[in-house]
Design a protein around this ligand. Structure first.
Ligand SMILES: Nc1ncnc2c1ncn2[C@@H]1O[C@H](COP(=O)(O)OP(=O)(O)OP(=O)(O)O)[C@@H](O)[C@H]1O
Ligand SMILES: N[C@@H](CCO)C(=O)O
Length: 325
């Protein structure tokens, strides 16, 4: 629930009409979802028709880091993967500056999130995630996942003082396990490429086709590529499974939804035997990554209007569950 940098229509209307071919800005509305960036729905009127976009002001990422994400989105959108397409100005640029911070405008995806997904939603996500991984194979840029092992090693010491003894033990032992895994010969054999790395339920939209229930749901698309990176595809799948396939106890995996996700993914891209062998440790790595980031946001929060950090204990419980697999 965050808007860190407020933007009014007067701040952008001249810029939009002068630098872009998307009509006249008619309305801008802060979006109070998300915790990382300042996001706004931007409406324009072009040739008498309303058009909808999303304006994002990046609060942490730098102008050097951002081209990877935006160009990945453009690459995938050009291959008909349903992701937001960055809007170019008259010079063909897709990264801008607003109020001294990097900014971008992207297409608005249709639909809404399904926070209580059914197996069919997991299957749609699994199929598209595999297609996305394959579509990204010829993406020219590489950039590390900025919230992977190096970031965990840097951030864990900052949050340890806030934890009790059992949490400290869990965090430090899991980090040591992952350090050994990342430096193993087996890890090097696992295929990698452009990965979303944050494909939670709140980063996928489903187009309801006008239905009041889920019976007509079609995938609207994946968004929020701002934690993407060149990473192990099976790590990306594990991040997705940990959020989409949670059992009712909010820590174990639900077999029906997990099978739907995995079968649909593998129908497009079968996992290698090395990926299959790595699966338990990848699920743990995915749980650790988000436990650390939620601890960081919770104990070292930033000033923001209406920022509601996520509950760190959610991924503490998930990590404990994955370690028991
Ligand atoms: N391209 C898009 N199309 C439709 N809705 C979007 C789009 N991008 C963002 N949104 C809306 O804005 C909300 C916040 O976006 P997002 O999830 O990217 O927030 P964030 O703070 O950038 O990232 P995070 O979710 O990691 O905290 C989303 O929940 C969604 O409702
Ligand atoms: N999807 C993340 C927030 C953004 O990284 C979480 O739920 O912790």
């Amino acid at each position: 629930m965050a808007v860190f940098t407020p933007i009014e229509l007067d701040d952008i209307s001249h810029w939009i009409s002068e630098d872009f071919n998307i009509g006249q800005a008619s309305e801008i509305r802060g979006i109070h979802g998300g915790i990382e960036n300042s996001n706004f729905f931007l409406d324009t009127i072009q040739a008498g028709k309303k058009q909808e976009y999303v304006l994002t002001i990046f609060e942490r990422l730098s102008a050097q880091q951002l081209p990877y994400y935006l160009e990945l989105m453009r690459h995938l959108a050009n291959k008909d993967i349903p992701v937001p397409k960055p809007i170019e100005n008259h010079k063909g640029e897709i990264l801008f500056s607003l109020k001294g911070k990097p900014a971008a405008i992207v297409s608005k995806l249709p639909g809404l999130s399904r926070l209580q997904p059914e197996a069919k939603h997991c299957a749609m996500v699994g199929e598209m995630l595999a297609k996305m991984h394959l579509a990204g194979k010829d993406f020219a840029k590489t950039q590390e996942n900025l919230r992977s092992l190096g970031w965990w090693q840097k951030t864990i010491p900052l949050v340890l003082p806030h934890l009790n003894t059992s949490q400290k033990d869990l965090l430090t032992h899991e980090l040591a396990t992952q350090e050994a895994f990342f430096s193993s010969a087996a890890y090097d054999t696992i295929p990698q490429g452009a990965s979303h790395c944050d494909l939670f339920r709140d980063n996928v939209l489903f187009d309801t086709q006008g239905s009041t229930d889920t019976s007509q749901d079609q995938l609207g698309g994946f968004f929020d590529f701002y934690f993407a990176g060149t990473d192990k595809w099976v790590f990306d799948l594990a991040v997705t499974a940990n959020d989409w396939c949670l059992a009712d106890n909010k820590q174990d995996l639900d077999p029906e939804r997990l099978n739907a996700l995995m079968n649909a993914y593998q129908a497009v891209r079968p996992l290698t035997k090395e990926e299959q062998a790595s699966w338990p440790l990848m699920l743990r790595a995915a749980a650790l990554r988000f436990w650390v980031s939620r601890l960081w946001d919770f104990y070292l929060p930033r000033d923001a209007q209406m920022l509601t950090p996520h509950d760190p204990t959610h991924f503490e419980r998930i990590l404990l569950s994955r370690r028991s697999l």
